[in-house]
Design a protein around this ligand. Structure first.
Ligand code: PGA
Ligand code: MG
Length: 241
């Protein structure tokens, strides 16, 4: 594949869980490790995956609730530290980058775009996951929930992530999988690309992205179209396969 494309001055901000990385197996695996040691039935994969964008604490509480715990909030508070320790030790046992994402990120970077991770996962866990998957070097910054004044869907998260890498909000695109990402992009006034294979209760198409992505092979073209406008895409973007 050959791509001739200019994205100098652009910043592409990426959600992590469900967008860059299929992290559901290890997140749900960690919930289940805790549930099982506490004598509860495990959470079925399909009962957990759509809700991951609500965060790990919510997922653990959900697992406890549907297993029959009478006071899931209090039990979650008691077990959350152990859950995080377990997850941290198993963060990349089964998690994998989504197909085509690494090649797409390399092309965007080579074209001059700054890449930043804008995630509601804590920054240290995000860095650890990306390092273990050999993806950390692709990003100029990793901005987790603990590194910002307000998390997605607040605009502040996206704005501060762009600032962290010296980017320009007016030349930024948000790429995500869920309502939190859509909310941040809309609030910050940036274009929005959503993948349709991530973790969301509301189908991505119903969140009205500017572009709905079915595969990362289409990411570079989508970014070029949004940043350069349809008329300038053809001369700048050339693909031969
Ligand atoms: O772990 C979470 O809370 C969700 O993370 P995300 O923002 O990368 O999807
Ligand atoms: Mg996500």
């Amino acid at each position: 594949m050959t791509n001739l494309i200019a994205l100098n001055g652009a910043t592409i901000a990426f959600d992590l869980d469900g967008t860059l990385v299929e992290s559901a197996p290890d997140l749900i695996g960690a919930v289940n490790a805790i549930l099982i040691t506490e004598g509860f039935k495990p959470l079925a994969y399909d009962e957990g995956r759509p809700f991951i964008s609500r965060g790990a604490r919510w997922l653990l509480q959900w697992g406890l609730e549907i297993a029959g715990e009478q006071d899931p909030a209090a039990r979650t508070a008691a077990l959350f530290g152990r859950f995080i320790n377990y997850y941290s030790d198993h963060i990349a046992d089964e998690s994998l980058p989504f197909p085509g994402v690494i090649d797409a990120l390399k092309v965007l970077k080579a074209a001059g775009a700054k890449l930043v991770v804008c995630t509601n996962k804590p920054t240290d866990l995000s860095r650890s996951l990306l390092t273990k998957l050999d993806m950390a070097g692709l990003f100029e910054g990793v901005v987790g929930i603990d590194s910002v004044t307000a998390a997605k869907p607040s605009a502040a998260h996206l704005i501060e992530a762009v600032e962290a890498v010296g980017g320009d909000l007016a030349r930024t695109i948000m790429v995500g999988d869920a309502g939190t990402d859509a909310g941040a992009a809309r609030a910050a006034g940036t274009p929005l690309i959503l993948v349709d294979f991530g973790y969301t209760e509301i189908p991505a198409v119903e969140l009205a992205p500017d572009i709905l992505l079915h595969h990362f092979d289409d990411l570079v073209g989508a970014c070029a179209a949004l940043l350069n406008g349809p008329r300038s895409v053809n001369p700048l973007y050339e693909t031969t396969t």
